[in-house]
Design a protein around this ligand. Structure first.
Ligand SMILES: Nc1ncnc2c1ncn2[C@@H]1O[C@H](COP(=O)(O)OP(=O)(O)OP(=O)(O)O)[C@@H](O)[C@H]1O
Length: 249
């Protein structure tokens, strides 16, 4: 579904992603784990089209979308749950959902998998809070609203940037449980997470990002059986100041 090859991207200040390769099969969850500043958000934004790739390729369901603008990628099925949730403080939950759904054409809406009603079924807490304004919601409720809003764009690939940031452990578990159900709804997911344990719970495969390079990739089972692997990959690669391939083997 998503295929990145030799992807390089950054800002005026310098290159952040250095020749990243990544394959995410349809219907799977892939996590990218890394310290602050490792380049997780830059990766997510380069896939969504918000940051331009300076070289390399972004492939989506077989099509080369590297030069496609963000709004066109969104229309082709790339959804983004941004870091920090970006909920409007003065709008109610229902207004957020109606607005997000209303951005689709009438024809799209008629055949939509996700509607304001179906996202409220998936996330009953939002149904209970439908009349509450963004500013009245807890962090977990805001996160659920951010996910619901992205689903209303009818994505095939959902990009989630640190969806558990600042949330209490019980809510983190709710978000993990939710993410695990999404592949059954036809979604492929790329999730950025600072914590390897969370990544190993929600994802089949986990890439360790260090200074914009894929330092290593593990299966969830490898990380669950040997939790130190991720910390080693993150720590060693940092200490060496570059990618250490084959660190764990
Ligand atoms: N808009 C920008 N302009 C210039 N540099 C940026 C911009 N956004 C991020 N950077 C730089 O790119 C590097 C990677 O940042 P990025 O936000 O991608 O990392 P991250 O892994 O998502 O970190 P965090 O966990 O703190 O969100 C950092 O050095 C950061 O300062």
């Amino acid at each position: 579904m998503l295929s990145l090859s030799s992807l390089t991207a950054g800002y005026d200040g310098g290159t952040v992603l250095h020749g990243l390769d990544l394959e995410i099969p349809e219907g799977s969850v892939h996590a990218v784990v890394g310290h602050n500043g490792a380049g997780k958000t830059t990766l997510i934004h380069t896939v969504s089209g918000l940051v331009a790739a300076s070289s390399g390729r972004v492939g989506l369901a077989g099509a080369d979308v590297t030069r496609q603008a963000a709004h066109r990628r969104a229309r082709s099925g790339v959804g983004l749950v941004p870091q920090g949730r970006r909920v409007f403080p003065g709008l109610t939950v229902q207004e957020h959902l109606t607005l997000a759904f209303g951005r689709r054409s009438r024809r799209d809406r008629a055949s939509a998998q996700w509607t304001p009603d179906s996202v409220k079924q998936l996330l009953p807490r939002l149904a209970e809070r439908a009349g509450h304004r963004g500013r009245q919601l807890s962090g977990g409720e805001q996160q659920m609203l951010a996910i619901a809003r992205a689903l209303l764009g009818q994505p095939r690939l959902l990009l989630m940037d640190e969806p558990t940031e600042g949330l209490a452990p019980l809510i983190v578990q709710d978000i993990a449980d939710l993410i695990k159900t999404l592949p059954d709804q036809g979604l492929t997911i790329l999730v950025a997470a600072p914590r390897p344990a969370f990544a190993a719970e929600v994802a089949e495969r986990i890439t360790i990002l260090v200074a914009g390079r894929a330092a290593d990739e593990f299966s969830a089972k490898e990380l669950r059986d040997q939790p130190d692997l991720a910390a080693e990959a993150m720590g060693h690669a940092t200490a060496e100041g570059s990618v250490a391939s084959g660190l764990r083997r």
